[in-house]
Every structure is written in C-alpha cells, then in structure tokens.
Ligand binder design. Sequence first.
Ligand code: B16
Ligand code: MG
Length: 220
Amino acid sequence: MKGALFDLDGVITDTAIYHFAAWRHLVKKHFNAELPDELEEKTKGVSREDSLQIILDYLDIKVSKEEFAALAAEKNQLYVHTLKNLSQNDILPGISKLLIDLKQHDIKIALASASKNGPFILKKLGLTDFFDAIVDPAKITSGKPAPDIFLAAAFALAISPYDCVGIEDSVAGVKAINSAGSVSIGVGGDELNHADKRFNNTADLNYQDILKAWETYNHN
Ligand code: B16
Ligand code: MG
C-alpha cells in the first residue's frame, strides 16, 4: 500500500447533512415541495449539477439552462453559509489519528471529493498540509460512480491505483473505487457491502486494518 485516496463529505467531516439540508431549503423555497430521505443517499458523492438533476427528475420539474445554473449557485450559497463555523472540532472521530499514522508510514494522501468546496473545507478543518494532492472535480468529466476521480487522485500521487486504498461513505463512491482497481474501504451500513472492507463509522478506521484490507484485496 502506497497511497490513500480520501472522500471528504461523510468521511473526513459530516457535511453531507448540510448538503441535503440546503437542497431541501432550495426546493421548499422555489417549488414548495419536500424531498424524501432516500434522495439523500442518491445525491451523496454525486456532483452539484447531477444532484440537482436527480432532484428535478424526482419532482418532475423542467427548468431552463439559466434557471438550472441559478438554482445550483443558490444551493451552493446556502451550503457554504452553513460551513462558516466549521473548525477542527468538526473532523470526524478517528480521522486525525489515521492521517498521522498514514504519514508516519510514508503513505501518500490525496483528496478525491466531488465537492468543489473541498480545498476550502480542508482549510477550515486545518488538514490541508496532510494532503499531497487534491483533485479538482471541475476537471473530471464523469463523476462517481465512474472511476475517473480516483484514477486522477492516484495519478496525481504518481502511484498505481492498485497500490491505493480509497475511503468512501457513498454507494456511488465505493463503486468508483472498485472500478478504479483500488481497494475500497466503506464507512457506513449495509448499503456499502460492495466495499472490499467496511467499517461502521470513522472511529473504527485504523491504519493496521486498512493495510490488512489492502494486502488481502489488492489486484496486483
Ligand atoms: P459541491 P464527496 C460530494 O462530496 C457530496 O457528497 C455531494 O452531496 C455533493 O453534491 C458533491 O460533493 C458536490 O459538492 O456542491 O460542494 O461541489 O462525498 O465526494 O466528498
Ligand atoms: Mg462522501
């Protein structure tokens, strides 16, 4: 194992709830509609634009290109506003220790988040210096579940994807890691049973078990 490719929302910090709260707020304001809980999982790890399309399809609403762009921008404003108090206290349990242990074992670390707010969030959390590479999701043509963002993360580290683990909390993200040929580490419930190794929550993540998972499941 030479590299660790991290998802952000739901793995490093729990901003997933703020994403969906912002979508709910937007939809209530513009269409006076409610969103069911199951749409939250469907938009996890999915880009802002793809998430909006999923939501509009669910509501059976069509909008012009301009309205679509305005809705996406307004959602982001709502979301970023809720991040204003984000700090080191919002790093999920187990993550700081894991990052330290990975560094101590000379494992390169990359961010493979669909979020265009990734660098801003890492800065607020005080974690930027741990990352050897941060993929710009704006440069990725196909989002998760396509493997592209994890392949780009491994490429940015100059490491074969086979020598990396990817850590994800979303169904789409675990599929993306599997397609990239890296060893997938899922953080969450049974919906992530397609991960090579699953942990119930971030507090259970640890260097030794992750290394063991890579040794057991790598595709070299
Ligand atoms: P933004 P991840 C993803 O981050 C979120 O899970 C998803 O809900 C969000 O729509 C996406 O980022 C885009 O975020 O609007 O900030 O660019 O889980 O891939 O770290
Ligand atoms: Mg996530």
